[in-house]
Design a protein around this ligand. Structure first.
Ligand code: PMV
Length: 327
């Protein structure tokens, strides 16, 4: 009745931005990401506890945060088909939370896999991905390592909307992602609210959906060939388009800060000088640099020169895994 899982966050190369179903968390378009190590979240789930308790990163979770965790475990109870009693959840991460890094992705992926294991359900990446998706969309891509595509699916019940792994972490072991933390603060507008506003008010939104869907198979082809330059260009183009559609929302949504733009400018200059480095940007100010092992030190130096207060160097990460030691 107790299980502990470690999962890694992921960064999308082709972003997910916008839901067609808010309750089930079904996206308008497919997306594709890389799971990142060594950073991770570890989560223990225990059923049969005296009462429902949720501890996230050392604090008792409250309000909607707590509700999202307990709702996911309710879905586990339905899958188990029996009364599992109240649940105790303890979760800890080893990287800056809510700073544009997908801590919720790693957290909900770990929760889904641990929840199923604690309930005695068999390992099933598809079922875990669907469960994780219901906690936080991008979490469905953190159940497995390497390069995963979240297929939007067509069904109204979401049973065909989950992530599949195209290449494992070993496929492109010298690919690097360098997270440049230019701002440690919590983001002003959570992605959930930002994407809702964009879907409802941005005149560019339909164009975003069409374009992003078409980029996914292209990105997959470039990953197959390990073509860093072309993948880097695709990644930047997709990030700009996500931010462009958000900037066009009403009220406008701007996640970029002066430091973000300064870093991007410097990165372009470095690229002209022959440094193979590209960026992507989620719903926050902290760029994630894409490069290879031979240039990760140069990428970190570039980020620091542009005022990054912290830099997290990442390599392709593996699957969410069960641990024998509990929190
Ligand atoms: O899964 P959420 O609700 O945290 O949304 C993630 C949205 C982006 O990080 C901006 C893009 C993505 O695909 O991860």
């Amino acid at each position: 009745m107790k299980a502990t899982v470690r999962a890694h966050p992921n960064i999308a190369l082709v972003k997910y931005w916008g839901k067609r179903d808010e309750a089930l968390i079904l996206p308008h378009q497919s997306s594709l990401s890389l799971t990142l190590a060594p950073i991770h979240v570890t989560t223990t789930v225990e059923f049969g506890a005296p009462s429902d308790t949720v501890e996230l990163h050392g604090h008792a979770a409250k309000g909607s945060e707590r509700d999202r965790v307990l709702r996911l475990l309710d879905a586990v109870r339905v899958q188990a088909g029996r009364d599992l009693g109240p649940a105790k959840v303890v979760s800890r991460g080893d990287f800056p939370m809510a700073a544009g890094l997908a801590s919720s992705a790693a957290g909900f992926a770990a929760l889904a896999v641990a929840g199923r294991a604690a309930a005695g359900l068999p390992e099933d990446t598809r079922a875990s991905s669907i469960l994780a998706r219901r906690g936080s969309g991008s979490a469905c891509r953190s159940v497995q390592g390497g390069f995963c595509e979240w297929q939007r699916g067509e069904r109204a019940d979401g049973e065909d909307s989950y992530a599949v792994q195209h290449f494992d972490a070993g496929h492109w072991a010298d690919l690097r992602m360098v997270v440049a933390i230019v701002d440690r603060g919590e983001k002003e507008v959570k992605s959930r609210d930002g994407m809702k506003n964009t879907v409802e008010t941005s005149p560019y939104y339909p164009a975003w959906v069409k374009d992003a869907e078409a980029e996914v198979p292209r990105a997959r082809e470039l990953i197959a060939k390990r073509d860093l330059e072309a993948l880097g260009e695709l990644c930047e183009r997709n990030a700009w388009r996500m931010h462009a559609t958000s900037l066009a929302a009403d009220p406008p949504l701007c996640y970029l800060s002066a430091a973000t733009l300064g870093l991007i400018q410097h990165l372009r200059e470095q690229r002209k000088k022959g440094v193979p480095v590209w960026f992507t940007l989620d719903a926050g100010p902290n760029p994630v640099l894409l490069t290879d092992a031979a240039h990760e030190v140069a990428a970190e130096a570039l980020a620091r020169a542009c005022g990054a207060v912290d830099v997290v160097r990442c390599v392709p990460g593996g699957d969410a895994t069960l641990l024998t030691e509990h929190l």
